[in-house]
Design a binder for this molecule. Structure first.
Ligand code: V47
Length: 371
């Protein structure tokens, strides 16, 4: 019965190779994007997810901080940034960033995720002071900060070798890096949407350097704008190659494009089906990534619940405030309480496991996260 359903979807051969633990090819990736039978693609992804993680779904108690919205990169898909000298531009001082951490003192938080725009006015010392201040405000929380694009800017203002910059950032409190800024590894898309930013080779080079310096990172892919399946398959294959070399990527996060308030507001944005397919294809192609995350803030919690059956084994976390994309009401307050998150995972038929940033289960009575 199952075999004939997979055969009808044209996925019998891919299924056999996935179950044999074989690496899928770029042509397989194209076939997965083209397959009209989305539940069949999801089924394959769920087979891999089940082999790796059983019914576990990881979540984290986290806080996002955006230290500046000023950015000189002018990415056409972004609604978060303002240009330098814009009236609405802000920069948090290190003390103000620490105060943001203080604001959630009563919440158990094990990870702080801190990113910002590429603000040409900020000197090297600012980044070091920012890390120190945030780490001092909550020493028990893991500090994950700066995309590879920010790292390129930090090195530019530091005028130091990359290895030295990475060592300085680590010494100031940086423990890992998020996956943002990768967008889609395609010169065509880059020349239209983010032409001033690091290209794929530079992004991958910086990620590999961070990994070698002892800083694991995540990887993302922004989809649902003008990219095509071949570009997405290439993106996944390039990530897989670097992961073979460094083993430093902890998790892959497909990012669902939100056109609202961007230069691309005329585009419809991805559908729920597209969100599910991205997660499933990633789970199947990225055989050397342990974790695939559905970032519920962008995918919605409802799609994320279904995504737990389409390859995703991580749902991100409590989040608190998120400024890069906004809620339907335009607000940055986007949070789920711990209980809501647990309820949503359980309702989806999965077993919630609180993790730390390194995917170690956090004991229910962990005190370290409160410090
Ligand atoms: O780099 C910008 C993307 C990224 C839009 O590593 C947009 O755990 C959708 O990287 N619609 C930042 N996306 C967010 C990010 C992230 C988020 C959650 C978890 C992790 C992780 C990383 O957001 C940017 C860019 O690729 N982005 N504008 C938009 N309109």
């Amino acid at each position: 019965m199952l075999t004939s359903l997979l055969a009808r979807a044209g996925l019998a051969d891919i299924h056999a190779r996935v179950m044999a633990g074989e690496r899928l090819t770029a042509a397989d990736g194209m076939a997965l994007y083209a397959c009209p039978d989305l539940p069949a693609v999801g089924y394959l992804a769920n087979c891999v997810r089940t082999l790796r993680h059983g019914d576990t779904t990881y979540y984290v108690r986290n806080q996002h901080i955006n230290y500046t919205n000023i950015c000189n990169k002018l990415c056409r898909f972004c609604s978060f940034y303002v240009r330098p000298r814009h009236a609405e531009g802000y920069v948090l001082t290190p003390a103000q960033a620490a105060a943001r951490v203080e604001q959630y003192r009563q919440h158990r938080i094990s990870e702080i995720h801190m990113v910002g725009g590429v603000n040409p006015q900020l000197p090297y010392q600012y980044y070091l002071d920012l890390l120190r201040a945030v780490k001092a405000a909550r020493p028990g929380a893991h500090l994950k900060a700066f995309t590879m694009i920010e790292l390129a800017q930090i090195q530019r203002v530091a005028r130091l070798p990359l290895e030295q910059v990475l060592a300085d950032l680590r010494a100031a409190g940086l423990e890992s890096m998020p996956g943002g800024g990768a967008e889609v590894f395609s010169a065509r898309v880059q020349s239209d949407l983010f032409w001033t930013k690091a290209d794929s080779e530079e992004w991958l080079h910086l990620a590999a350097a961070a990994h070698r310096a002892g800083l694991p990172s995540n990887a993302t892919m922004l989809y649902g704008h003008i990219e095509n399946p071949a570009e997405k398959v290439q993106h996944l294959c390039r990530l897989r190659e670097v992961q073979d070399a460094t083993g430093g990527f902890r998790c892959f996060v497909p990012l669902s494009f939100h056109p609202e308030r961007t230069e691309l507001a005329h585009l419809p944005g991805p559908t729920g089906c597209a969100d599910l397919r991205e997660l499933a294809v990633a789970r199947l192609m990225l055989d050397n990534f342990a974790h695939v995350k559905t970032f519920w803030v962008m995918n919605t919690i409802e799609i994320s619940q279904v995504a737990l059956w389409y390859g995703a084994n991580d749902i991100d976390g409590t989040v608190m405030d998120y400024e890069v994309t906004r809620g339907a009401d335009g607000q940055t307050r986007q949070r789920l309480t711990h209980e809501e998150l647990l309820g949503r995972i359980a309702e989806a038929g999965r077993r919630p496991v609180e993790r730390d940033s390194l995917y170690r289960p956090v004991p229910a009575d962990a005190e370290g996260t409160v410090a």
